[in-house]
Design a protein around this ligand. Structure first.
Ligand SMILES: *Cc1c(COP(=O)(O)O)cnc(C)c1O
Length: 377
């Protein structure tokens, strides 16, 4: 089946018990284990819940992996995956992974003895150069945030495989509808389902998919042990989001492309970062590894004042963190996602106080363009 069909027909389109066209919300903490003569599938809801199991099986199908796991947030998913490593292990991480992933690696996990080396993964060779005898994994994300840099997944994942280390890819910006890292050679995919998968800015959730059953068992041990699991209501919202992922993302992506091309022509805009633009350095690589450029873009204004004025005046975009919802969101990285980063480091990465990131929503793009124009001019 093609990807759009799989979003609807993935093994959970009808409830076998009732015929309902939806997954029931099973709101329970524990399960009657009968006369204990044989083990039951469910015993306690941290260890497993039927609503959660449906989502876990769906995301495994969509990412073409062996096992899926759901978490209480994207960061819970990332932290739980990192929990499969041990003190003294070394992890190589792209320097522009999501800020929260960076923080958990460089604070909590560092304290627990995980070594981390940041790299610029737009040059895959940096992985080879960072390898050590105790290297266990490389952690990647493409497109990156907030500058939408593209990493060559096949090249990076090939180097990881050759070196005998695991590869983890955060696929939040693309979703399995546009990009499938496991098919390109990754071992583990993580998601913030809070973003495009949930899609309505109404739930915090995370997902993990593993290439093999054995890796799945390692992630499951942390899911059950750490216990960062989502409740069934939140899981149900994510399941509902999955059903409309195709129509949302295709519309948002088409609008992002139009908006990016239009922004390039604006007199107060100096640079536009969107992988769908022909002039974007990762345009060709992205086309080879993903079936679209997604619906997040960023741009720089001429002056800081223009950026701040845009955020104050824009009416159809909330000035907020997060992305992937039905409503357009304008983020200001220096004051939001990257506020904690030292200014010198931000400058080195090109995260200036003229930079604005846009997650394009489902509004009519003509209205967005008119609104952006009045806010920018
Ligand atoms: C938001 C986000 C996360 C963290 O997810 P939460 O659901 O906020 O915990 C991780 N990775 C990326 C790329 C994100 O955008």
């Amino acid at each position: 089946m093609n990807r759009g069909t799989l979003l609807i027909h993935n093994g959970h389109e009808t409830d076998p018990a009732t015929g309902a066209l939806g997954v029931p919300i099973i709101q329970t903490s524990t399960f009657d284990q009968g006369d204990l003569s044989h083990p039951q599938e469910f015993d306690y809801a941290r260890s497993g819940n039927p609503t959660r199991k449906a989502l876990e099986e769906m995301i495994a199908v969509l990412e073409q992996g062996a096992k899926g796991y759901a978490f209480g947030s994207g960061i819970a998913a990332v932290s739980s995956v990192l929990g499969i490593f041990s003190s003294g292990d070394h992890v190589i991480a792209a320097e522009d992974i999501y800020g929260g992933s960076w923080r958990i690696l460089n604070t909590f996990y560092k304290r627990w003895g995980l070594e981390v080396t940041p790299i610029d993964a737009t040059d895959p060779d940096t992985i080879r150069k960072a390898l050590k005898p105790n290297t266990k994994a490389v952690f990647l994300e493409t497109p990156s945030n907030p500058l939408l840099k593209i990493i060559d997944l096949a090249a990076c994942l090939g180097i990881a495989r050759e070196a005998g280390i695991l590869s983890i890819v955060d696929n939040t910006f693309m979703t399995p509808y546009l990009q499938r890292p496991l098919a390109l050679g990754a071992d583990i995919v993580v998601h913030s389902a809070t973003k495009f998968i949930g899609g309505h800015s109404d739930v915090i959730s995370g997902l993990v998919v593993t290439r093999t059953e054995a890796l799945g068992q390692r992630v499951y041990a942390v899911q059950n042990g750490f216990g960062a699991v989502p409740g069934p209501w939140d899981v149900w919202l994510v399941i509902r989001g999955i059903k409309t992922l195709k129509v949302r993302l295709e519309t948002q992506q088409a609008s992002a492309q139009r908006l990016a091309v239009w922004l390039l022509t604006h007199k107060n805009v100096t640079e536009v970062f969107y992988p769908g633009l022909e002039g974007h350095p990762g345009n060709q690589i992205n086309q080879a590894q993903a079936s679209g450029a997604g619906a997040v873009l960023s741009f720089k204004t001429k002056t800081t004042e223009q950026a701040l004025r845009f955020l104050g005046r824009v009416e159809l975009a909330a000035a907020a963190v997060s992305l992937g919802g039905v409503e357009t969101i304008a983020s200001y990285p220096v004051k939001m996602s990257h506020a904690a980063m030292p200014a010198t480091e931000r400058a080195r990465l090109g995260i200036t106080d003229t930079l604005i990131r846009i997650s394009v929503g489902l509004e009519d793009v003509e209205d967005l363009i008119a609104d952006f124009d009045q806010a920018l001019t």
